[in-house]
Design a protein around this ligand. Structure first.
Ligand SMILES: [Zn+2]
Length: 428
């Protein structure tokens, strides 16, 4: 169901019923799961569309369209709308904000809200509104009893959503009466603050990897506790010494054409880990200091990257590694503050680790016999859904709001026909 005008709880209730309940019922899926809600945006063609079922105009921004009447009653109502658009009171949506649910231990991505967004004067309060309305709809729909509790809210690190996320999901301390308190309260340094119903905030791990790479690729670089600046100039000197690297490949790692390219980011991080592993023989004092800081950086990177890329690790190894990252990162941030990482990246990466710990503890409390896959944290399933939307348009990313809604519906139907990697994983 498209959202026409202001965000509406009834649209979300309808979508939960149609997109989650019905397909899960017909597939005979009755097991209660932990729910990860994800939020992200996809680009829209800026144009108005007509929705016949309500005889109204869609594709205008949700934030400002309450200022106008979107129903096409007469010819005059169309002219009035045009005037409002021309005067800038209401805008064509540039993007569609999608909220989707994915379930821990089960395949499938379920979009439950698709909001046309203009990005004009958007504030953290608007993001808070989205978080609140969706969580309220989840409770009112009966999804808690039918599907499961919401465990986490994942986002990519958008500024407004971050502000709203830290506000909403660090509001109250985990109570000693909670079934997960015993496990989590004994973990040294773990932040026990959550949102209502113990929902935790999550930042997508792939985005965090990219942001660490952005830091490494900046002239200011990363400074660890011995004062060495690890930036492209310094890294180039050591990356070139690795087997299989040459001037061109090192340049491609440090100055990629597309800094959003995740495989390239992971390759840079893996190369830094290899730099840390090398035996440098006898060194002068200067090289010694460089190598010291590179080895420390390599352990920090390895501890956050490996749990998501090394498929031979056990869940215990993965969690131990993430905890290692948290402690190392905490110490380095205490020593070097912003020279080590920005506040945002430091907070977001710690939040990501904390969320993984909370989700695992919740799975243990809900049903310890069910599998828990670390890669199910984050908002990647939503990014995959956006990939399908583009694919359905013949890889033409331009789509208007009506087409986007249509493709979301098809993408949901396709989930059964083309099992995702996760589906092969869970249901061999
Ligand atoms: Zn607007």
């Amino acid at each position: 169901m498209p959202t026409i005008g202001m965000i509406s709880i009834f649209d979300i209730l309808h979508n939960i019923q149609e997109v989650i309940f019905k397909p899960r019922d017909s597939a005979g899926r009755t097991k209660l799961r932990g729910v990860n809600l994800m939020i992200d945006e996809v680009a829209l063609e800026e144009r108005a569309v007509h929705f016949r079922h309500t005889n109204s105009v869609g594709g205008l921004c949700w934030r400002h369209s309450p200022l106008v009447d979107l129903v096409l009653r007469t010819y005059e109502s169309a002219l009035a709308l045009v005037k409002k658009i021309q005067s800038g009171h209401v805008h064509f949506a540039k993007e569609m904000t999608v909220v989707a649910a994915s379930l821990f231990g089960e395949s499938g991505t379920y979009p439950i809200l698709a909001l046309p967004t203009c990005k004009v004067d958007m504030t953290a309060d608007d993001s808070s509104t989205i978080y609140q309305v969706v969580l309220e709809a989840w409770e009112r729909s009966g999804a808690v009893q039918k599907v499961g509790q919401v465990w986490s809210w994942s986002t990519d690190g958008d500024m407004m959503r971050r502000v709203a996320g830290y506000r909403a999901f660090l509001a109250q301390k985990l109570q000693p009466t909670s079934p997960i308190y015993g496990t989590l309260a004994s973990m040294a340094g773990l932040n026990l603050y959550t949102g209502h119903n113990e929902v935790t905030l999550d930042f997508d791990f792939k985005h965090i990897f990219k942001r660490i790479c952005t830091l490494l690729r900046s002239p200011a670089g990363i400074v660890l506790n011995n004062g060495r600046v690890i930036n492209p100039t310094m890294l180039a000197r050591y990356l070139i010494q690795l087997p299989n690297q040459n001037t061109e490949s090192v340049h491609a790692l440090l100055f990629p054409h597309d800094s959003q390219h995740v495989p390239c980011a992971v390759e840079l991080l893996l190369s830094v880990i290899m730099v840390g592993k090398r035996d440098y023989g006898s060194m002068d004092a200067d090289t010694c200091a460089d190598v010291d800081s590179l080895r420390l950086l390599a352990s920090v990177i390895k501890s956050i990257l490996e749990p998501f890329t090394n498929t031979t690790m056990s869940l215990t190894d993965q969690i131990t590694s993430l905890a290692t990252f948290s402690h190392l990162s905490f110490t380095l941030f205490r020593c070097s503050r912003l020279q080590y990482m920005s506040n945002q990246l430091y907070g977001d990466s710690q939040t990501m680790v904390k969320n993984a710990l909370f989700c695992l503890a919740k799975q243990q409390a809900l049903d310890p016999t069910q599998p828990f896959y670390l890669f199910q944290v984050g908002d990647d399933p939503l990014e995959c859904l956006f990939g399908k939307l583009r694919m359905l348009g013949g890889h033409n990313s331009a789509m208007n709001y009506a087409q986007a809604i249509d493709r979301l519906g098809h993408a949901c139907d396709l989930q059964g026909a083309f099992p995702t990697v996760a589906a092969f994983w869970f249901e061999p």
